[in-house]
Design a protein around this ligand. Structure first.
Ligand code: KG4
Ligand code: ZN
Length: 339
């Protein structure tokens, strides 16, 4: 069978990314231009700045992705692009770019759901992984527990009721003075702390055993810090980081293990930026070994936003005949499984 080459484009938040992917699983190039330094000044992503930077960088990023893969636009079979969920202005840059290239080169256009992209990151380094499997997607905007029934087909078991796990990391990081983006900084500082030093709540949602809730935990950390400030007590930031992180990890592991047991699933994949957390990876490795569950987790570079995952997801959409029309638009709150 002829090889299928897809150019993936990702611009849903603060990374401008392009990648050339062969047959859904082989990454020929993976270029990521991060805007983190710009947004750090403001303590979070500023949507207007994100869109402007995507416009400035996207052509160069695509050119570099093609050149590193040693291909030209003529060699491509399709263009895959994230069309939601995400920041509308940011998404629009990628969607308009993908449409322009696809139209000019008469190539099929494939709109990709960002979360489906995160899930597909697992296919890149694990040629043996095929649906069905259980997947926990833990990112800055989403926390989902799903069964991947087939490529592009999902049964959602649970989701967060309020903050996403990554959002909690970012907010707690800000509160203890670590700045944006919080996840990697909490991860690093927590290594020097004691996860049992402070007890923070592990929230479970009644009658929805696979749902998550992280806003109470965030408030508990803020209350702890405020109380210490008022009483003049010294705060050990590393202990707070480690204890907070442990609380998030315990809930994420618990819910996944419960779902694996209830649905008799023996394969679990992790996805999303928070899945690159070192303590979380270790906790899942231990829990899965105990329960004889085969665990997949992408390398950190494929956990956080990238376009290789979009190229991989686009391949499975493409070979299943799911091509987008020229009216493809950015959908900021696109639901998983919706097309
Ligand atoms: O998947 P992602 O790159 O973007 C979204 O789709 O949201 O995830 C970004 C999130 C941010 O909240 C960031 O703080 C978090 O992932 N993150 C981490 C780590 N690396 C990134 N959280 C905890 N530990 C990390 N090492
Ligand atoms: Zn993401």
């Amino acid at each position: 069978m002829k090889d299928v080459l897809i150019l993936g484009i990702e611009s849903s938040c603060d990374e401008t990314a392009a990648s050339v992917v062969k047959n859904g699983r082989e990454v020929l190039s993976n270029v990521i231009s991060s805007q983190i330094d710009l947004h750090t000044l403001y303590g979070g992503v500023v949507p207007e700045i994100a869109s402007r930077k995507h416009i400035e960088r996207i052509n160069q990023v695509i050119r570099q992705a093609l050149s590193e893969a040693d291909v030209t636009l003529e060699d491509l079979d399709a263009i895959g692009v994230t069309y939601g969920p995400g920041l509308v202005g940011a998404l629009l840059v990628g969607v308009a770019e993908a449409k322009a290239i696809a139209w000019a080169k008469k190539l099929p256009l494939v709109g990709v759901h960002h979360i489906e992209g995160h899930i597909s990151a697992n296919y890149i380094e694990n040629k043996d992984l095929e649906p069905p499997f259980l997947c926990e997607i833990i990112s800055g905007g989403h926390t989902h527990l799903v069964i991947v029934k087939d490529y592009g087909e999902f049964e959602i078991l649970g989701r967060t009721r309020d903050d996403a796990a990554g959002e909690a990391f970012d907010k707690v990081a800000r509160a203890i003075g670590l700045g944006y983006p919080g996840g990697p900084k909490v991860d690093k500082l927590a290594k020097e702390g004691n996860p049992d030093a402070v007890f923070f709540p592990r929230a479970h949602v009644d009658e929805a055993p696979y749902d998550f809730s992280f806003s109470g935990l965030k408030s508990a950390v803020l209350n702890y810090l405020n109380k210490a400030k008022m009483t003049g007590e010294e705060v050990n930031r590393a202990d707070v980081a480690a204890s907070f992180q442990q609380s998030v990890i315990d809930v994420l592991v618990d819910n996944a293990m419960r779902a694996a047991k209830d649905y008799d699933m023996h394969v679990l994949a992790l996805a999303g930026g928070v899945a690159s957390n070192s303590a979380l990876r270790k906790a899942f490795e231990e829990a899965c070994a105990k329960k004889r569950i085969k665990l997949y987790r992408p390398s950190p570079v494929y956990c956080t936003d990238n376009a290789a995952m979009i190229g991989s997801a686009a391949y499975y959409e493409f070979i299943n005949g799911r091509i987008s029309g020229w009216d493809l638009n950015a959908v900021p709150n696109l639901k998983l499984g919706e097309r």
